[in-house]
Design a protein around this ligand. Structure first.
Ligand code: HEC
Length: 194
């Protein structure tokens, strides 16, 4: 290995291989500088300024989803009496409502809605609200845990809650012979209104 070119510092020769000292291309240098600049910003953001790591971002996003889901089970600010009226209007929904009622509600409210452990659902007496669509949907969704009415929001789909509510409305005014005694307040126009 020898340095044959002491006069010219620009290149060396080693065993016949010439080493040039060419400047690096600008695009290469700039890419390199940008990675250095990026690393500073990255370091400052994540190490000094407390930027969220990916797992922290994931945890925050999951918490947001869970919050939104638990809200969806208890209340639905988009619902109005009118929107529920439209959703209940379809006759097909009653068949679903009846099957939901028979499997989930009849044990406490009676096969004819006449009342058993829970109140009669076909009369004009209401413990919770005045028997409007909104009232019925709300009590089914949120339940009355301390009185033994389970909250169905976490168990039933929205459509199933609508269907069973529509079914209750469709049965209003029907009186089974063994109807339970009235509970709550009488709502005079309930059976004719809606
Ligand atoms: C484990 C027994 C039980 C089951 C099952 C049950 N309920 Fe109830 N429900 C009750 C009781 C008890 C009440 C009365 C709560 C009170 O007094 O505050 C009630 C109240 C209600 C009310 C309000 C009545 C009023 O007068 O305000 C509605 C509507 C209702 N239930 C619908 C349903 C529907 C629909 C289902 C099925 C998806 C269902 N319930 C299943 C026990 C039950």
């Amino acid at each position: 290995m020898s340095d044959n070119n002491n006069n010219n510092e620009k290149f060396h020769e080693y065993d016949g291989i010439i080493e040039h000292d060419n400047p690096l291309p600008m695009w290469w240098l700039w890419t390199f500088f940008l990675t250095i600049i990026f690393s500073f910003i990255y370091f400052i953001h994540y190490e000094l300024a407390g930027g969220q790591t990916q797992s922290e971002e994931l945890a925050a996003a999951m918490a947001e989803i869970e919050q939104a889901q638990s809200k969806a089970h208890t209340s639905s600010p988009m619902e109005t009496e009118e929107s529920l009226k439209a959703a209940f209007g379809n006759d097909g929904i009653l068949a679903l409502g009846e099957s939901q009622y028979t499997s989930k509600c009849a044990s406490c409210h009676g096969a004819q809605l006449q009342g058993l452990i829970g109140p009669n659902l076909a009369d004009k007496f209401w413990v919770h609200g005045k028997g409007t669509r909104m009232d019925i949907v709300k009590v089914i969704r949120d339940g009355v845990a301390e009185k033994g009415m389970p909250p169905w929001g976490p168990v039933m789909k929205k459509d199933e809650i609508y269907a069973v509510s529509a079914f209750i409305l469709a049965k209003r005014g029907t009186q089974a012979p063994d109807a339970k005694e009235p509970q709550g307040e009488a709502v005079e126009d309930y059976l004719t209104a809606q």
